[in-house]
Ligand binder design. Structure first.
Ligand code: URA
Length: 441
């Protein structure tokens, strides 16, 4: 391992055999953390070429179980978001794609820091469990076409160990390390066709659009070299997606979309991601046709029905679909946050809103923190809306007065208001297709 570290430190290229050896020995516990940390820093500073990145990803996949979806009928699809604020697209897209005839066997994660996680959102529904085994997931998917479960402990153990080490050695923000971390989990989860939602902006890992496209290309290359069909959409995370941020609030908003209501940006992003996946999975080249198909499914109520099937199959209270306000938990304390000035809202800083939601109780700072499913933020206004001084632009929800006060303070710095109407900001910046071809919108 000393030689591996030295090669990378000096800017050399690692062979597949060296990468595989390092991952195998690190997971087995024979490489100490101090050597792994040194190698991570060398990788961070010197980078990895695309062959090394693909080899690292495969070595991480091989460190644990790989889910076998081959017994399922139809094309299995997956979706991944690089993380954002108010991003509840999986709750809409999963049932929508299942109702459109695709097979959705999805493993999701929990929220950390300012970003939310699908598992926390789903678990806001009373009774719902995401702790299914891979076998139980496959059986449920065979019955109803969809399951959304927690990633099992045996999936990509190398990523879990390395991510914890990256977190404390300032080596998280490396594009090839992020790409291989995300794609190792996608490859191990077994789906044939994958759509990636790469976020860019204040609430995202990638702060610039160029970096987001670069990450998208790197992930697609990994997917292609592993024989999967992968497409990426680069989308805006400068302001939260939709209006709800916080677990039960986001479930309620996802149900609105499935009913044909809800915020336009959330519906639009779901249709963009969904139509890309439909084109990929069914070799449908006509985007317009793919989109129309999804709109028809949404309007028919079939996606809402499929969401109910998912909730009930995983032990949740299916009445949430008809009366979310009486089934979902409600916060004890609520307050309004008002605008400091008059004019137009120029920006709503997604990072700050995510942090406010976390402070209110909706998220975690440390992995084992307990969350409050009812806590969070609901935006009454979004970027571009007119506002007057003292007008409510957000409402906040918390389990106690102390959190409410702290959350209110964090949130109050999140908006900027000025006299001019802001220029339109796009929701989607473009996409990278399965062949790595980039289109900017
Ligand atoms: N998400 C991941 O799963 N891994 C990273 O390295 C960054 C974001």
């Amino acid at each position: 391992v000393y030689g591996i570290i030295k090669t990378k430190r000096d800017g050399g290229e690692l062979s597949k055999q060296q990468i595989t050896q390092f991952i195998r020995e690190y997971v087995a516990g024979t490489v100490p953390d101090y050597q792994a940390s040194a190698l991570l820093m060398a990788l961070f500073l010197r980078g990895l070429n695309s062959r090394e990145t693909a080899d690292l990803t495969q070595a991480m996949v091989d460190s644990g179980d790989v889910v076998d979806l081959s017994s399922l009928p139809g094309l299995t699809v997956d979706k991944h978001s690089t993380g954002g604020v108010g991003d509840k697209t999986t709750l809409v897209l999963g049932p929508l794609l299942a109702a459109a005839g695709l097979t959705v066997a999805k493993m999701s994660g929990r929220g950390l820091g300012h970003t939310g996680g699908t598992l926390d959102k789903l678990e806001a529904i009373p009774g719902l469990s995401t702790q299914l085994s891979a076998g139980e997931m496959v059986a449920q998917v065979r019955r109803i076409g969809i399951a959304v479960i927690a990633q099992t402990a045996r999936l990509v153990p190398a990523d879990r160990l390395l991510y914890a080490l990256r977190d404390v050695t300032a080596t998280v923000d490396s594009l090839p390390l992020i790409a291989s971390s995300i794609m190792s989990k996608k490859l191990a989860a077994g789906a044939h066709a994958i759509v990636l939602d790469v976020k860019t902006g204040s609430g995202a890992f990638m702060q610039t659009t160029d970096k987001a496209f670069e990450l998208a290309r790197a992930m697609i290359e990994i997917g292609t070299s592993a024989g999967r069909a992968v497409v990426a959409v680069v989308s805006n995370m400068n302001q939260p997606l939709g209006r709800a941020v916080g677990n039960a609030l986001e479930v309620e908003e996802a149900i609105q979309i499935l009913r044909g209501d809800g915020p336009d940006d959330l519906r639009e992003l779901c249709l963009v991601l969904g139509s890309q996946l439909l084109q990929l999975a069914e070799n449908e080249v006509n985007e317009e046709r793919a989109r129309r198909h999804l709109v028809d499914v949404l309007d028919s109520g079939a996606a809402l029905t499929r969401f109910r099937d998912l909730v009930v199959a995983q032990g949740g209270d299916g009445r949430v679909v008809d009366a979310p306000e009486s089934v979902l938990p409600r916060a004890v304390c609520t307050d309004a946050v008002t605008s400091p000035g008059s004019g137009y809202i120029q920006g709503i800083d997604a990072l700050r809103v995510g942090e406010a939601a976390r402070v209110l109780g909706a998220g975690r700072l440390m992995k084992d923190d307990i969350i409050d499913p009812a806590a969070g933020v609901r935006l009454s206004l979004k970027v571009g809306d007119a506002v007057s001084a003292g007008q409510e632009w957000a409402s906040i929800y918390a389990p106690d007065a102390a959190r409410l006060a702290e959350g209110s303070q964090v949130l109050s710095g999140a908006i900027t208001v000025s006299i001019e109407k802001p220029a339109h900001i796009p929701l989607v910046f473009g996409l990278v297709d399965r062949y790595g071809r980039e289109t900017r919108w």
